[in-house]
Ligand binder design. Sequence first.
Ligand SMILES: [Zn+2]
Length: 489
Amino acid sequence: MPIEMPRGLPFSVDTWTPNSGRKRHHFLTHAHRDHLQGFAANSSYPIYATRITKLLTLRHLPQIEGGLFVEIGVGETTVVSDLEGDFSVTALDANHCPGAVMFLFEGEFGNILHTGDCRLSSDCLKKLPLKYMTMKGSETCLDYLFLDCTFGRCSITIPSKESAIRQVINCIWKHPHAPVVYLACDLLGQEEILIEVSKTFATKIYVDKAKCPECFLSLSLIAPEILSEDASSRFQVCEAFPRLCERARAKLAEARAKVLPEPLFIRPSTQWYARGEDQKSEPRGPRLSEAERDEFGVWHVGFSMHSSRPELEWSLQLLRPRWVISTTPPCRATELEYVKDHCSGAQLATDGPIWRLLGMGTEKPVPSPAAVSCCSISSSALVAAAAWGGGGSDVLQTSVEAVPLTLFGRARMGPSDRSSSGVEAFAAEQAVVSREDEAPLPSPSRVGSPSAYNASLRGLYRSMNVPVPRPLPSLVELLEDSKRARIGL
Ligand SMILES: [Zn+2]
């Protein structure tokens, strides 16, 4: 779920709201639909994106003028002229889906890496300029990291993409008599699986253009050589939704009734992980090292386009950014050990560059360094949150108080949110992933709900994108503080 950039930055990333429209430059990391929400024919120019992202976007939204886009190649650096000072931007592979990139911005505002959606790997990170790789004890060069924290609090080990693809291939090897291999890989971002299967079995793959238009388009852009037009091909892409299980069960029953070898159905997805919770008769979690068959006959493999929690922690240790802002709600960056240990309120110097990023220039929203206590950090957090360019943003965390305090963050869900089990949290993560990459789970349970506070007061705090504090300070007073800071009193 993309977030708005703070007021002090001249560009937007993946957001197409009226607020973002007022920015002078726009960046699109990739063409998943949740990153195109609000994208309209009158979107502001210029929009920087890779060629593949541009083409996929134009296919989704044919009313858009191609001339709105400025193409930027993976690995390429462009200097953007801006009235407040030129800045450079470098596009780096995000290991997420075709055309997906992270953007590294370097300018007066500091050094900012925006990951968009990403599956961070050493290959991705080593494309960054060397100065961003911190040795132990060395000074960091990265001021702000806008990070895809989708699995920031998921304790389950997610196999690497390579491992998941190997599992798909092994599953096919183990079923040599299957007359048809149906691969439920019709989502943008699953093309790698199809390419590797095609290479391994030296075969083309049939994709029904009418049923899987997005998959057909992305493959015709990045690997047209693997596409077959023969509907009787052994390898076929099938839709994961709707009702894959029912379709598979019917085909398998038909083969059994005719005493013929059964076809093979394989579905790589992140949703498989949450399954263990739903199966009361089979309480263990899903196996993650090999494909597993469900009761309908579909073989499942865990495949993720987002970084696992260990990958996030490892990347943070390497980059050691000063601040981490999660682009995925709610407050997921605060779950990461690195953020807990290094992104604290102690960094909130009154003359720190962060105030400029927030569009506050030299105004000092915090009265004096001496006054930086728990209470004033609370105030400054609210001031900062109010200065953010319009809601929906996530988190910088301080650990000054027993109850974590967040800057620019959405409100926490309440005490029960913290006590949720890893698997419950994971199920909730699935709901988020579902919005972007996949159809929803049958019954994803949202974890926790605030109950201790008056509903309208909670709503008010949340509308300011700050946590519901304990005890509640005077909101009126804090709003007044915010107003005074903005008008420079
Ligand atoms: Zn995405």
